[in-house]
Design a binder for this molecule. Structure first.
Ligand code: SF4
Ligand code: SF4
Ligand code: FES
Length: 281
């Protein structure tokens, strides 16, 4: 399950995605790592002592362990640049990209614990089965092109372009899906809840000025409520806090989507408008 070495240029990590580096230099010391090892049948934490050099990130240390002490340690990664979204794991209990987590955010005497994403089933070691997310992605109906316009004739206000572009920075690392308490400790909610990443996708399409899904009878904000579990979200913002792309998932996608769903349901003018539009179709 170990991925092939990255072939493209690597990007210097911008530091801890959750805040500023602690400022400790990670120059030439031996760190204590505790890593979850196991598979679908079970497992546990294994302790390692491993060299750390200045400027390294957690993924560098995992690679050093593979090279020196644990050649069969499974880890998924590709870009080592914070762009492929595949090296997601939990470092000291917090969902992070391993390639973007500098060792300098930890003090040299701290034990660094690396475990697989908790919300998804383990395949082996640090590799989880994230198929839940692909299932949820398929459940969101795609953009419906506006009738009567050919590609290239679409025109949108810059404000609408900017909104979509923020959401499209998503690298599908699924850290937000992993941290959301609705599914993190409640496997039984998975069937009904799409999770922040895919509710954000519904919000993007619902607010897209050219999406013509409404003309074929799909009310995306109501569907968010009825089909994708928007009501489970109680806007704790944990998803926003772990997003390595700093997408304001809660403020810019989930809250507006909730407002639009509430307007659809409770605002008599919005309700009447939708009825009149339907009748005219
Ligand atoms: S804001 Fe909503 S979607 Fe995000 S973590 Fe909290 S409950 Fe989950
Ligand atoms: S929204 Fe952010 S945290 Fe969630 S999958 Fe996309 S990049 Fe990752
Ligand atoms: S290896 Fe691609 S995001 Fe970390």
């Amino acid at each position: 399950m170990t991925a092939a070495p990255a072939t493209g240029p690597t990007r210097e990590p911008a530091g801890d995605s959750a805040g500023e580096p602690a400022g400790e230099s990670a120059k030439g010391y031996t760190a204590r790592f505790r890593i979850w090892r196991g598979d679908t049948g079970g497992g546990g934490l294994a302790d390692f002592e491993v060299e750390v050099n200045e400027g390294e990130v957690v993924l560098d240390i995992i690679h050093r362990l593979q090279a020196t002490q644990a050649p069969d340690l499974a880890v998924r990664w590709n870009c080592k640049a914070g762009k492929c979204g595949s090296c997601s794991a939990e470092v000291n209990g917090r969902p992070r990209l391993m390639c973007m987590t500098r060792m300098s955010v930890f003090s040299p005497d701290e034990v660094v614990t690396v475990t697989p994403l908790r919300a998804f089933p383990v395949i082996r070691d640090l590799v989880t089965d994230v198929g839940f997310n692909y299932t949820k992605a398929r459940e969101v109906p795609a953009f419906v092109p506006p009738p009567g316009l050919a590609p290239g004739e679409y025109r949108m206000a810059q404000e609408d372009v900017n909104r979509s572009q923020e959401f499209r920075k998503c690298i599908e690392c699924f850290l937000c899906q992993d941290t959301c308490h609705v599914v993190r400790d409640h496997e039984e909610n998975k069937a009904a809840f799409a999770g922040p990443r895919f509710l954000m996708r519904v919000a993007e399409l619902d607010m897209h000025p050219l999406d013509a899904a409404g003309e074929s009878g799909l009310d995306r904000s109501r569907s968010a409520q009825d089909d994708h579990g928007l009501g489970y979200c109680n806007i704790t913002k944990c998803c926003t806090e772990v997003c390595p792309e700093h997408i304001r998932i809660t403020d810019n996608a989930l809250i507006p989507l909730k407002e639009r769903a509430a307007d659809r349901t409770y605002d008599p003018l919005v309700w009447l408008g939708s009825k009149i539009r339907r009748r005219g179709e």
